[in-house]
Design a protein around this ligand. Structure first.
Ligand code: 5RP
Length: 221
């Protein structure tokens, strides 16, 4: 199976986690696009969705889903989103699609975070995928220098986020303590969001492999 077929399988499986009658959180990316298509095909009815990007909102509305502002909801029952990398503790690198800030807000509202991914996303240690950091435009220089002092190699992405900000993709990191690094980068003035989801990682991973979609949960303890 190619990577798209695996992404499609993960997206399809996530439909079984959607609670009919409850507000649904929807992430961003190609795996999520497959999830949205599968949800529409399933006929499951949700009263409303909250979305993490202009892209996902457009996709959802095109298929007839109601999308509301997160300020209109007190919580989200289930949040379905992809990842760029996920480690054994279910900490993630996210933001390859540039939607990391809204994704982190929705993750914080969610009772259950369901990560959907193809097998290539599972890694023993995060960092071989460059870590996205959303930055206020006037702080790109100073934040880049600070990230370099932490051992990273930041590269400015030719992209503006839905929030009007820039993204630095930080290569060269080997992230053995994602919780600590998330806190550290969040403290840098000018950083809007770091694409490390460690303080609030995923609760469930639907990992699409050649042998089928595996439903995995992190070992707690
Ligand atoms: C977007 C994200 C995506 O979840 C991540 O980039 C994975 O994307 P894809 O499903 O296209 O591989 O974090 O900001």
């Amino acid at each position: 199976m190619d990577q798209n077929e695996l992404k499609k399988a993960a997206g399809k499986r996530a439909v079984s986690f959607v609670r009919e009658g409850k507000v649904l959180g929807v992430g961003t990316g190609s795996t999520v696009d497959f999830f949205i298509d599968a949800l529409a095909e399933s006929g499951i009815r949700v009263p409303a969705c909250v979305s993490s990007s202009v892209r996902s909102t457009a996709h959802l509305e095109k298929l007839g889903f109601k999308v509301v502002d997160p300020n209109e909801v007190e919580g989200i029952e289930v949040y379905v989103d992809g990842a760029d990398q996920i480690d054994p503790g279910f900490c993630m690198i996210k933001g390859g699609g540039g939607a990391l800030t809204r994704e982190k807000i929705l993750a914080s509202l969610a009772r259950e975070y369901v990560c959907i991914a193809d097998a290539s996303k599972r890694v023993p240690v995060l960092g071989s995928f460059p870590l996205p950091v959303e930055v206020i435009p006037m702080a790109v220089g100073v934040v880049s220098r600070t990230l370099r002092s932490l051992g990273g190699n930041p590269v400015l992405r030719d992209f503006t986020t839905d929030n009007g900000c820039k993204i630095l993709d930080v290569a060269g990191l080997r992230i053995t303590d994602p919780v600590k690094l998330e806190s550290e980068i969040n403290q840098i003035p000018g950083v809007v969001t770091v694409g490390l989801f460690a303080h609030r990682g995923a609760d469930v991973l639907l990992l699409a492999t050649e042998e089928g979609v595996k439903e995995l949960r992190p070992a707690r303890g």
